[in-house]
Design a protein around this ligand. Structure first.
Ligand SMILES: [Zn+2]
Length: 288
């Protein structure tokens, strides 16, 4: 009898912990070959989760409503939703875009939330590979750099972006170390064109009114300009270490992208339109 009671209490505790984690890390299933991860938009600061003691803790404001509009605009164009993994925890409690140690700093709930974030992202990528053969993960962020451009991160550092197109295209070790390694093999365009040609994601967004980096107008960051080239999420889930889901870190500026619901919507429309073309040009298939 006592054992039964103990089992009952343990099961109830487990259920409560699962429900708690589902609140902290929201997982939405989709059928498009696209995965959205949103690691820094959350605001929850549960009393039972310790505050992180080091590392960056700033919120990427409005990236959750922005991601929700991107989901809606993709669905309205392509008739299906992307997968989405959204951290609702404040970055003062968890930073999913870091390795486990820096991300959770030993707090058991934050550790469990980190695992749920990355297990879910990997499961979504596996589903995409199984159903569609290939796909794209977009890791959605917000930056506060002075220059208000959309920054696209491929795990190519700012000083490497200063190299010529010919140098980039010849650097096979560099290409193999990026999160678009598989995409580069599939695309009929060169690696440099994938990064900053007219039909790169930056090029397609610029054509729709959103200044981007890298892009045809800004192939590499200007002198002293900030630029985020990608961190943990795109490295862990992109095609650098295998697989056919490539990843891009999408760093959105505040002005004209994240600042108002109207601008969020305009950007979501531009991104959804761009992704349709991107899939046709580089993956050789329609997005649906
Ligand atoms: Zn961020």
């Amino acid at each position: 009898m006592r054992i039964l009671f103990f089992l009952f209490v343990s099961a109830a505790a487990l259920q409560a912990q699962t429900a708690e984690l589902e609140t902290y890390i929201e997982v939405r299933h989709g059928t498009l070959p696209i995965v959205l991860t949103v690691p820094h938009g959350g605001s929850l600061k549960p009393a039972n989760v310790l505050a992180r003691r080091y590392g960056v803790t700033g919120t990427d404001s409005n990236t959750i409503p922005l991601a929700e509009m991107i989901i809606e605009e993709l669905e309205s164009r392509y008739g299906a939703r992307p997968h989405a993994i959204i951290s609702r925890l404040s970055r003062t409690r968890l930073d999913p875009n870091r390795d486990l140690e820096e991300a959770a700093q030993g707090d058991p709930t934050a550790v469990a939330a980190w695992h749920r974030f990355h297990d879910s992202a990997q499961k979504a990528c596996d589903t995409v590979m199984k159903k569609s053969g290939l796909g794209l993960l977009l890791d959605i962020h917000g930056h506060r750099h002075l220059e208000q451009r959309v920054e696209l991160g491929y795990l190519v550092k700012a000083d490497i972006l200063k190299h010529s197109d010919a140098e980039l295209n010849a650097d096979t070790a560099l290409i193999a170390s990026t999160c678009i390694r598989d995409l580069d093999k599939r695309s009929p365009q060169t690696f440099a064109e994938l990064l900053r040609g007219p039909q790169s994601l930056g090029g397609l967004l610029e054509f729709r009114g959103f200044r981007s980096l890298p892009s045809p107008t800004r192939p590499s960051p200007g002198f002293m300009a900030g630029y985020f080239s990608g961190v943990y999420d795109v490295a862990a889930h992109g095609s650098r270490s295998g697989g056919t889901v490539s990843a891009i870190q999408l760093e959105c500026p505040w002005n004209n992208v994240r600042d108002t619901p109207e601008n969020q919507r305009r950007f979501a429309v531009a991104l959804a339109d761009s992704l349709g073309i991107y899939f046709e040009v580089h993956f050789g298939r329609k997005l649906k």
